[in-house]
Design a protein around this ligand. Structure first.
Ligand SMILES: Nc1ncnc2c1ncn2[C@@H]1O[C@H](COP(=O)(O)OP(=O)(O)OP(=O)(O)O)[C@@H](O)[C@H]1O
Ligand SMILES: [Mg+2]
Length: 343
């Protein structure tokens, strides 16, 4: 197979074209005349891009950071461990370089995927599973194959393939298939399993509902890394990081009070509170245009109210930070009887 580099900033539409051996389209008007089905196979929302975050940007508990260190070592020393030290002979499946970041919404899973890419010197092909899922039967498997093909063709400018919101694709296969749509979901999962077996590069999944993962995926994914809600010291650092030294009044902010008041909030919630508070501060004039701890506390209240009013309770355990070490994957025995997660 001939490998061709993916030019920087190319849309996935062109990647699909490249995967099918077609030239890239330079005329966007032609795309608009595509049929609904063609458009579904060639969405243009995705592109290969440089990662935006580094590891130092992501604030994580020690246990998670430790797992990331192991993950990086497994990837960097793959050849040494598997080929020079011969692990491949006893563990051919363990060669997978897929990883799953799991945890509640807004805890930094997408950030972490980008930071991992930075750390490994890779660019990112970001695929939201919700976006490749198609209402046309048979389209989703086609798109999955095309994405993996695009990744193969990215050599020698390798990319990290990131499947965000991957709960649906990694979920249990249905055993009692009654409808064409259910069958199609199973086909998509089977295709994903096969592509994962063949994949050479790093594939990262981000999921919220870790318990629902099909055991076949649990086994193929080399590491499942918990990304929990931040504990108090973590929240302290996230607040400190979000309000930069350019914000007037920063020096008087009581970070400890904010960390204590924001228990149960994710980094994403804290980011939202900061934006709300700074928007209020920006409306003031002169000496009044400073951020105060009370502005941020007020914003925390608003974020909590909004979450309560519109947020739905998720199925994962509430106190992730206290269960992180004991958390295990449901083996999914009733779906296919395979065994549990390796890590
Ligand atoms: N651990 C963290 N450290 C620093 N900032 C964070 C962290 N978690 C979240 N944030 C902030 O919140 C924003 C949203 O985080 P991100 O999108 O990575 O969360 P997520 O876990 O992928 O959420 P979702 O499950 O909803 O996709 C980030 O852009 C960042 O500003
Ligand atoms: Mg995300």
């Amino acid at each position: 197979m001939e490998f061709r580099p993916i030019p920087k900033g190319k849309g996935i539409r062109d990647l699909y074209r490249a995967a099918d051996g077609q030239p890239a389209s330079d005329d966007p008007s032609k795309e608009r005349t595509a049929t609904a089905e063609t458009a579904a196979v060639e969405p243009d929302q995705f592109e290969v891009r440089d990662p935006k975050y580094r590891m130092s940007d992501v604030i994580l508990p020690e246990a998670t950071r430790d797992q990331i260190t192991v993950l990086l070592s497994r990837i960097r020393n793959h050849d040494l461990i598997y080929h020079q030290w011969g692990l491949v002979e006893v563990d051919p499946i363990g060669q997978s370089k897929a990883v799953n970041f799991y945890g509640p919404p807004g805890t930094g899973k997408s950030m972490l995927a980008e930071a991992l890419a930075s750390e490994l010197g890779l660019r990112v092909l970001d695929v939201s599973y919700a976006e490749i899922e198609s209402k046309y039967v048979g389209d989703t498997p086609k798109k999955i194959r095309a994405v993996f093909r695009a990744v193969h063709q990215a050599t020698p400018s390798p990319v990290l393939l990131f499947f965000d919101e991957a709960d649906a694709i990694l979920g249990r296969r249905m055993t009692n298939v009654t409808q064409a749509a259910d069958h199609s979901v199973n086909v998509s999962r089977a295709v994903m399993l096969k592509e994962l077996d063949l994949a050479k590069g790093i594939v990262v999944f981000a999921t919220n509902l870790a318990r629902n993962i099909d055991a076949a995926f649990v086994r193929r994914i080399m590491q499942h890394v918990p990304v929990p809600l931040p504990d108090e010291p973590g929240r302290f650092r996230i607040w400190e990081r979000m309000i930069t030294s350019r914000v007037p009044g920063r020096e008087a902010v009581d970070w400890a009070a904010l960390a204590a008041r924001s228990e149960g909030l994710s980094g994403g919630d804290i980011r939202n509170a900061v934006v709300l508070a700074l928007a209020r501060v920006a409306e003031r004039f002169g000496l009044e245009q400073v951020v105060r701890t009370s502005d941020l506390e007020q914003a925390i209240k608003h974020v909590r109210q909004a979450k309560k009013a519109i947020g739905r309770r998720r199925r994962e355990p509430r106190a992730w930070h206290t269960t992180i070490d004991r958390y295990t994957f449901d083996s999914g025995a009733e779906s296919n009887g395979e065994s549990d997660a390796s890590s």
